[in-house]
Ligand binder design. Structure first.
Ligand SMILES: [Zn+2]
Length: 305
């Protein structure tokens, strides 16, 4: 069996309503109470978890499927896929913990509830369903679809060794241009609405660069946090509190930029009544995107149901 992809750290904070914004952002910046997410990927057919329930894919999955088809250059029949969800944050597949997996035999995707509205996680499994090959091919998971699918943990391990395609200059994080843009999307066909946050990092130089990212401060040398500093991340602050997330840099390809190359990552948040790493209640939001310890100035956006 193939397995899994690890992990973004997410934190949801619920401050008192009158706490001033700058304080909150400082709290967000240093508080990473992690929920660990794992994505398992399997091309044989394990039995469904006993508490799995089938669900009809929401309308946004049609959009996410089209995005995954476009980045992979593959096409497939979304309606032939069967979808199941299980309660909670983790499921067990073939003795391993995961937050979702694709099974080729059943042409089905099983997700924990926490993952159902996570675009990067859902599209990761969709990419498996389109590729129908073992493992996590680097050309798609860390290449053509890297701006749309999460790929960490054994997704990176599966992808195999990376070699820089050219010579490069090592530069600090402030040598690349960082921008972010939040957009409240039109309602999906089923009435769901998403806030999209696209983060872009551009190498404006005419030569290749490798961004050197300092480790988390105060961590032990050799620890996961020391080896894997943050790549793309975000902070949202709204009426119910804040939410933030962080993807580790686990593969050097994610900090290597060809001349004039732009890397992006797309986060989406479903407008709902609760505040979770993938849900936000309506209201006014301060939003900013991050990469390699840097943050965009941020913007304010009104989120309506
Ligand atoms: Zn996978």
């Amino acid at each position: 069996m193939e397995s899994r992809l690890v992990a973004s750290r997410s934190a949801v904070l619920r401050p008192s309503p009158r706490q001033p914004l700058p304080t909150l952002l400082r709290v967000l910046a240093v508080t990473f109470v992690g929920t660990l997410s794992l994505i398992g990927c399997d091309l044989i057919t394990p039995p469904l978890p006993p508490n799995a329930a089938e669900f009809a894919p929401p309308a946004v999955y049609t959009r996410w499927w089209a995005m995954t088809e476009a980045c992979s250059g593959r096409s497939g029949d979304l309606t032939a896929l069967r979808w199941y969800h299980v309660p909670g944050y983790l499921l067990s597949v073939n003795g391993q913990e995961a937050s979702g997996y694709y099974s080729l035999g059943g042409n089905r995707i099983v997700l924990v509830d926490e993952m159902m509205d996570d675009g990067g996680g859902v599209r990761h499994e969709m990419l498996h369903a389109l590729l129908k090959v073992p493992g996590h091919p680097r050309a798609q998971f860390l290449g053509s679809c890297a701006s749309l699918v999460e790929c960490q943990g054994s997704c990176v391990t599966d992808a195999g060794a990376w070699h820089a395609p050219s010579t490069y200059t090592v530069v600090p994080p402030d040598s690349v241009d960082l921008t972010s843009h939040a957009t409240l999307q039109a309602r999906e066909a089923d009435g769901q609405r998403f806030l999209a946050l696209e983060i872009s990092v551009r190498n404006s130089r005419g030569r290749a660069v490798l961004v050197s990212v300092p480790p988390f401060p105060g961590v032990l040398p050799g620890s996961v946090d020391a080896e894997n500093p943050p790549g793309f991340n975000y902070q949202l602050l709204g009426p119910a509190g804040g939410t933030s997330s962080n993807m580790y840099i686990e593969d050097s390809s994610t900090v290597f930029f060809k001349p004039f190359e732009t890397k992006q990552f797309l986060y989406e948040f479903r407008v709902d009544s609760d505040l979770t790493p993938t849900h936000i209640p309506p209201g006014q939001y301060s939003v900013r995107g991050g990469y390699a310890w840097r943050w965009t100035a941020g913007e304010t956006i009104a989120v309506t149901p």
